[in-house]
Design a protein around this ligand. Structure first.
Ligand SMILES: Nc1ncnc2c1ncn2[C@@H]1O[C@H](COP(=O)(O)OP(=O)(O)O)[C@@H](O)[C@H]1O
Ligand SMILES: [Mg+2]
Length: 300
């Protein structure tokens, strides 16, 4: 059963990496065996898990080698309980060049990357792939291997263009990989959770995705919470881990009374961010389970 979810959008800065990491973390915490593949030469998955890109990751070297030699990439085990990671980073630029050269010389293209992803993905219950922005050949490779595409979307003008881009690329990829389905689009970084604002934002998204049923926009969304988002990357903790840390920490005045100067101060907004991701994870897993049940019903 292919349960690979590509988190993608044509634009950068719309929440792809944060979404991939948080959904993966929650899925692993629920007991499933999870793999995260960072497919972005920026390698920012490391930041969300609290790893130093240069000192603690291979920056994509093992993925590059695996695609070149046809073997399996090395994974970093137990980055969290039940959760392994294949890092991204600058070595993936090499991989992209290599795939482009293959394409230009008529020896395939992104397909070799798709095959490597499929081979390693088969060892896990769920795989979340963080995609690079833009018309990257690596994203094409991910779409050739994935079952689902999940799209975080912001609704400013520039970000809406990224949505159009991904919809087009999805259509092309679907021709090559008929298993690929759009799991949904959801609002990322909304400044207000007021019903009217959310309704208008969803309408803006649907306008970009003309022809698609309005059920394509998920009901869950991720609020904009600057402080909690900054804590995520500064502390290298996922939203639900931050929430737990905030609950455990003594209030700052107690810490101060006890003479602790380097008090752990976690933004109070961490609990609303964790709640948003928890809702999103629930909806994503519901959709996958429903689709699988439907498939089992039709093939039975
Ligand atoms: N809920 C949030 N509210 C505000 N900013 C956020 C939130 N989540 C993440 N961010 C910040 O937004 C920026 C883009 O997020 P990221 O997940 O890296 O997007 P992408 O992978 O699409 O480039 C990062 O600086 C991140 O820290
Ligand atoms: Mg990213």
């Amino acid at each position: 059963m292919n349960r690979s979810v590509a988190v993608a959008n044509g634009k950068g800065g719309v929440g792809k990496t944060s979404t991939a990491c948080n959904l993966a973390g929650l899925t692993a915490a629920s007991g499933a065996r999870v793999l995260v593949i960072d497919s972005d030469p920026q390698g920012h998955v490391a930041l969300n898990f609290g790893y130093d890109i240069e000192r603690q990751t291979d920056q994509g070297a093992s993925m590059l080698k695996a695609v070149l030699t046809g073997g399996l990439p090395d994974v970093t085990k137990d980055v969290r309980p039940n959760l392994d990671v294949i890092w991204g980073g600058e070595q993936l630029e090499e991989l992209a060049i290599h795939l482009n050269v293959r394409r230009m010389s008529g020896r395939g293209g992104a397909g070799a990357y798709s095959e490597t992803i499929k081979a390693i993905a088969a060892q896990y219950d769920f795989v979340f792939v963080d995609c690079p922005p833009g018309g990257h050949i690596l994203q094409e490779g991910v779409f050739g291997a994935a079952r689902w595409v999940l799209v975080p979307a912001k609704t400013d003008k520039g970000s809406l263009a990224g949505l159009r881009d991904i919809a087009r690329r999805f259509d092309v990829a679907h021709e090559i990989n008929p298993d690929l389905e759009l799991l949904g689009v959801f609002l990322f970084g909304t400044q207000s959770s007021a019903r009217r604002v959310i309704r208008e934002a969803r309408a803006d998204i649907l306008k970009e995705l003309e022809g698609l049923d309005d059920s394509i926009v998920l009901t869950s969304f991720i609020r904009q919470v600057e402080a909690a988002a900054r804590d995520e990357r500064e502390m290298g903790l996922l939203a639900h881990e931050l929430e737990a840390a905030a609950e455990e920490a003594e209030p700052w005045y107690v810490q101060r009374q006890n003479g602790k100067s380097d008090a752990l101060v976690v933004a109070r907004s961490s609990s609303s961010l964790a709640g948003d991701y928890s809702e999103l994870a629930r909806e994503v897993h519901d959709r996958i389970a429903k689709a699988e049940a439907l498939l089992a019903g039709t093939s039975a």
